[in-house]
Design a binder for this molecule. Structure first.
Ligand code: FAD
Ligand code: FES
Ligand code: FES
Length: 467
C-alpha cells in the first residue's frame, strides 16, 4: 500500500490476536484502548509516562533489523503508531502457567496491592528475552507498597536468563513497518516509509504535526489536552534510523530511539553516555528520539546541552532540498526554532575531531534533578575543553539547559577561557563569571539563586573530576 491509498482499518496484533479497528481515533492511547476492550491487566497510574504501571512490550527491531522486545509505556503510545505492530500485555505471557518472571515475583514476595505488578512484570519480561534482567530494567516502574528490595531480588533471580520458548521463537522473524494513511472523520494519521513522502505530505498538510517516539506528544494525547487533526509519523523512515560513523564525524538519524544510541554508540562521547544514563527510564528511551528532543525545543531538554558542547550540527530536509545548521543557531527563543514550514530534522552530526592545535579533550555532562533517574533537570550542563601540549585552552564550549528560554552556551565565559592555562585559578575566574552569565527563573524545580550556584559549581565539579 502506498501512502496515497487510504486505510479504513488500523490493524495491530495484541497477544497473538489480530485486531481490526475502524473509525477509532489514531490518537487514542494504547492504554485506553486496552482498558476499554476489557484488557484490564495493564494499569493506569499517572498517565504521564512516569510510573510504569501501564508497561507493555512491543515486538520491535534494533538498528540492524534484529527483532527485540521493547518495554514501553502504553499511556504514551497512540494507536496510529501501532499499525502493523505486535503488542504483548501481561494477559499474554502466562500460557497456562506463570511465566518465569511472574514466578520470580511470587517467590520473592514482590507484590502487595499488586497495582504496579503487571508493569514490573512486563519490564522484566522484555529484559528476560533481551538477556539481562537488572535494576535498569525496572527503573521506570514505581511501587508504593512492596518496597524495592523483594522486586530487585526477583530481578536477581533471573539475572542471566537463557530463555527458550515460543517468545524466543517470535524473535526469529524481523519486523518491518508498512506505509499507513489512516483517516477518520476528523483525524488523519500518516506513516510513510520514504522521506520524500514526508516532505510531500507536509506540503499537502502544512499544519500537520510530526510524531517520532511520541513521548512528548503522547502526554497531550494521554490527557486529551490537545487534538492533532493531522499527524505524520517518522517511525518507518529508514533514512531517519541510520547511523554513519567516519574518522571525523558521527551522524545519528533523527528517529533513532535513545536506547539504541545508548547501546550502539557507547564509549564514543563520554558526555553523551553520561546524559543518556540519567535520561528518563527504559520505557521512555525505547521510544524517545534525538530529533524529538531537539524538535520539542524545551529549555530543559537534556541532550541539547550535550550536543551544543560537542558542536553538533543538524541536517534538515524539505521538499526543496537539504541544509545544515549549527545546533547553536537552531534555538531562536522559548520553544521556537529555526525549522521552517515543511522541514524535518533528518540527522545530527557530531564532529569527532578535537580543535586544531589541541592534543587532548576533556568532556563531560551533568544533570541535577530532584531524584536520580526519571526526573526533569533543574540544571543540565555539558562542558568540552580542548587543550594543547602546554595545558592551554584551545577551545571551550560550556552549555546549559534549564537556565534560560533555550538550551544555551556561555559564550562570554568560553571566550574568556581561550588561551588560559587549565588550572584552578582559571576555573575560579570562570566560576565567578558564570554566576552572572544567565538569569534563571525561580520555579517548581528550584530557586534562581540555587540554579546560579549550580551553573558555576558544576564547572568546578567538572574541573575536579577530569583532573
Ligand atoms: C516520563 C518521561 C520522562 C522524560 N524524561 C526526559 C529526560 O530525562 N530528559 C529530557 O530531555 N526529556 C525527557 N522527556 C521528554 C521526551 O522523552 C524527550 O523530549 C524525547 O526525546 C522526545 O522524543 P520523541 O521522539 O518522543 O518526540 P515526539 O513526542 O515524537 O515529538 C516531540 C516534538 O518534536 C517534533 N519532532 C520530532 N521529531 C522531529 C524531527 N525529526 N524533525 C522535526 N521535528 C520533530 C515533534 O513534532 C514534536 O513537536 C521525558 C518524557 C517523559 C514522558
Ligand atoms: S500510567 Fe504511569 S507510566 Fe503510564
Ligand atoms: S505492590 Fe502496591 S504499588 Fe506496588
Amino acid at each position: 500500500m502506498t501512502t496515497q491509498e487510504l486505510a479504513e482499518q488500523l490493524i495491530l496484533t495484541i497477544n497473538g490476536q489480530q485486531i481490526h479497528l475502524k473509525q477509532v481515533s489514531p490518537t487514542q492511547t494504547l492504554l485506553h484502548y486496552l482498558q476499554e476492550s476489557g484488557r484490564t491487566g495493564t494499569k493506569e497510574g499517572c498517565g504521564d509516562g512516569d510510573c510504569g504501571a501501564c508497561t507493555v512490550v512491543l515486538v520491535g527491531g534494533d538498528l540492524d533489523g534484529q527483532p527485540i522486545y521493547q518495554a514501553v509505556n502504553s499511556c504514551l503510545i497512540p494507536l496510529g503508531s501501532l499499525a502493523g505492530r505486535e503488542v504483548i500485555t501481561v494477559e499474554g505471557i502466562s500460557n497456562g502457567q506463570l511465566h518465569p518472571v511472574q514466578l520470580a515475583m511470587v517467590e520473592t514476595g514482590g507484590s502487595q496491592c499488586g497495582y504496579c505488578t503487571p508493569g514490573f512484570v512486563m519490564s522484566m519480561f522484555a529484559a528476560y528475552y533481551n538477556g539481562v534482567v537488572d535494576d535498569a530494567a525496572v527503573e521506570g516502574n514505581l511501587c508504593r507498597c512492596t518496597g524495592y528490595v523483594p522486586i530487585r531480588r526477583a530481578a536477581q533471580l533471573m539475572a542471566n536468563p537463557t530463555p527458550c520458548d515460543h517468545f524466543t521463537e517470535k524473535l526469529q522473524h524481523s519486523v518491518s513497518l508498512t506505509p499507513l494513511s489512516y483517516i477518520t472523520n476528523d483525524q488523519e494519521f500518516y506513516r510513510p516509509t520514504e522521506l520524500e513522502d514526508v516532505f510531500s505530505l507536509l506540503q499537502q498538510h502544512p499544519t500537520a504535526t510530526l510524531i517520532a517516539g511520541g513521548t512528548d506528544l503522547g502526554l497531550e494525547m494521554s490527557h486529551h489536552r490537545q487534538s492533532f487533526p493531522v499527524l505524520i509519523s517518522l517511525e518507518a523512515i529508514a533514512e531517519l534510523h541510520e547511523i554513519h560513523e567516519t574518522a571525523d564525524v558521527l551522524e545519528i538519524g533523527a528517529a533513532v530511539p535513545l536506547s539504541q544510541i545508548e547501546n550502539r554508540l557507547h564509549g564514543i562521547f563520554p558526555s553523551l553516555d553520561e546524559m543518556l544514563h540519567w535520561f528518563a527510564a527504559r520505557q521512555v528511551k525505547n521510544r524517545a528520539t534525538l530529533g524529538g528532543n531537539i524538535g520539542t525545543a524545551s529549555p530543559i531538554g537534556d541532550l541539547p546541552p550535550v550536543l551544543l558542547s560537542l558542536d553538533a550540527q543538524l541536517r534538515i530536509g524539505s521538499a526543496s532540498g537539504q541544509r545544515t545548521i549549527a545546533l547553536a543557531e537552531f534555538f531562536k527563543g522559548y520553544r521556537m526554532t529555526d525549522l521552517q514550514a515543511g522541514e524535518v530534522i533528518v540527522s545530527v552530526r557530531i564532529p569527532k575531531t578535537i580543535a586544531p592545535g589541541a592534543t587532548r579533550r576533556l568532556s563531560q555532562s551533568y544533570k541535577i534533578g530532584k531524584r536520580g533517574t526519571d526526573d526533569i533537570s533543574i540544571v543540565a550542563a555539558a562542558f568540552t575543553i580542548d587543550l594543547d601540549g602546554n595545558n592551554q585552552i584551545v577551545s571551550a564550549r560550556l552549555a546549559y539547559g534549564g537556565v534560560a528560554a533555550t538550551p544555551v552556551r556561555a559564550i562570554a565565559v568560553e571566550e574568556m577561557l581561550l588561551g588560559q592555562t587549565w588550572n584552578a585559578a582559571t576555573v575560579q575566574a570562570a566560576k565567578a563569571a558564570l554566576k552572572d552569565t544567565f538569569t534563571p527563573l525561580t520555579d517548581l524545580r528550584g530557586s534562581a539563586a540555587y540554579c546560579k550556584l549550580l551553573i558555576a559549581n558544576l564547572f568546578e565539579k567538572f574541573f575536579v573530576e577530569v583532573q
